[in-house]
Design a protein around this ligand. Structure first.
Ligand SMILES: NC(=O)c1ccc[n+]([C@@H]2O[C@H](COP(=O)([O-])OP(=O)(O)OC[C@H]3O[C@@H](n4cnc5c(N)ncnc54)[C@H](OP(=O)(O)O)[C@@H]3O)[C@@H](O)[C@H]2O)c1
Length: 341
């Protein structure tokens, strides 16, 4: 099997670090590994399979110099906006974790469990976009249900972990909790989140738009429609919670016609990389502590609406650094290799 020169842009970040773990676990065929970050991280060592790789500075010429064939980008939208073209011009396929290219019609937006064939269009731009972390786990659950019953509308509320805002988000929660135990939480500063996140819940992720939704909420609307290839109505309320890792979602799904819960559960049990964890008698349901550090999306609390036969409610949890970013990117790359070879 061919092995590839793989660059990780944003190698020192929350997603970048997870990418190395997932590449290792999924036995990705790597010839040379090239960790890239900002000038401040040059020389930092990344351990991968008992070998050490020095972080290099992300430059316009590095992709050609290192003959990069696959470039994972997770260093923020403005970095992808500027540097992705240098990777594609050097002949690499870019798998981008930022929101920058997601809604570009020339760029496939892929969750391999839902729309793997869209990867075929990668040559239009050289780029394949990884959806927003909250969208990925939701569509993994919506797709098998939509395959058996026609979904017309989705209402979702998210409970998003602080690591969704990167390493600095985790550090802010930890330092505020330390301040709480030192009786000086009132002196704590909030730099990453709009308000104190320790012992709090903030109904505000990303910036507000003119329609009073946030950008994060509108990403969930547009990306779901692009991935599922249909204009189902989606409304989202995105909330930041003081959890370190793994996003939770309460999802209400409206179908065209009445449904059988048993059949819906069976379709979820058969869905790839989805685990049904749903036994109220044993207090069994998905939670962030169960999903963290795993590559699966967990679903539970599955129940029919008490008033209507065509509405299903469920609770969905996944590790957003993995399922919502690193794992989805690596699965895209695996499919890309399968299609190219
Ligand atoms: N966190 C999540 O759950 C998640 C999920 C899906 C998608 N994403 C997306 O993935 C991207 C990264 O998120 P993250 O959570 O990993 O953030 P992070 O922890 O803040 O890491 C940011 C990474 O980008 C690098 N970087 C920053 N400025 C750079 C520059 N000028 N040149 C080169 N590298 C630079 C940083 O390198 P230095 O250490 O050298 O500064 C670091 O490696 C974001 O676009 C985010 O929206 C995040």
């Amino acid at each position: 099997m061919k092995k590839y020169n793989v660059a990780v842009v944003g190698a020192t970040g929350a997603v970048g670090e997870e990418l190395f773990r997932v590449l290792d676990e999924l036995n990705f065929p790597i010839n040379n590994l090239i960790p890239l970050a900002s000038s401040k991280s040059v020389g930092v060592e990344i351990e991968y399979r008992k070998k050490y790789y020095k972080v290099l500075e992300l430059t316009e010429g590095i992709f050609e110099e290192k003959e990069v064939e696959i470039a994972f980008f997770s260093a923020g939208g403005s970095i992808s906006a500027h540097f992705a073209k240098f990777a594609t011009e050097a002949g690499a396929v870019v798998i981008d974790n930022t929101s920058h290219f997601r809604m570009n019609p020339d760029v496939p937006l892929v969750v391999p469990e839902c729309n793997p064939n869209d990867i075929k269009n990668w040559k239009n731009s050289g780029i394949i976009a990884n959806p927003n972390c909250s969208t990925i786990q939701m569509v993994q659950v919506l797709k098998p249900l939509d395959d058996i019953y026609n979904i017309t509308r989705v209402d979702v509320s998210t409970y998003q972990a602080v690591s969704g805002a990167g390493k600095a988000g985790m550090e802010e929660l930890v330092s505020q909790m330390q301040d709480f135990f030192a009786f000086k939480l009132s002196e704590s500063k909030s730099k990453i989140f709009q308000h104190q996140i320790a012992l709090n819940v903030i109904p505000h992720v990303d910036v507000f738009l003119e329609n009073d939704y946030t950008k994060e909420e509108i990403k969930m609307v547009n990306e779901t429609q692009k991935i599922l290839g249909k204009n189902i109505e989606v409304s989202a309320t995105c909330v930041r919670v003081p959890v370190i890792r793994s996003h939770s979602e309460s999802i209400t799904i409206h179908f065209e016609n009445s449904i059988s819960v048993e059949k819906a559960i069976q379709s979820l049990k058969n869905a790839p990389n989805v685990i049904v964890l749903d036994d109220p008698n044993k207090n069994e349901y998905p939670m962030p502590v169960i999903a963290s550090d795993t590559n699966e999306t967990y679903v539970g609390r599955i129940r029919k609406d008490i008033s209507r036969d065509n509405i299903l409610h469920l609770w969905c949890v996944a590790d957003q650094l993995r399922v919502g970013a690193a794992t989805n990117s690596v699965r895209i790359a695996q499919k890309w290799i399968e299609m190219e070879e």
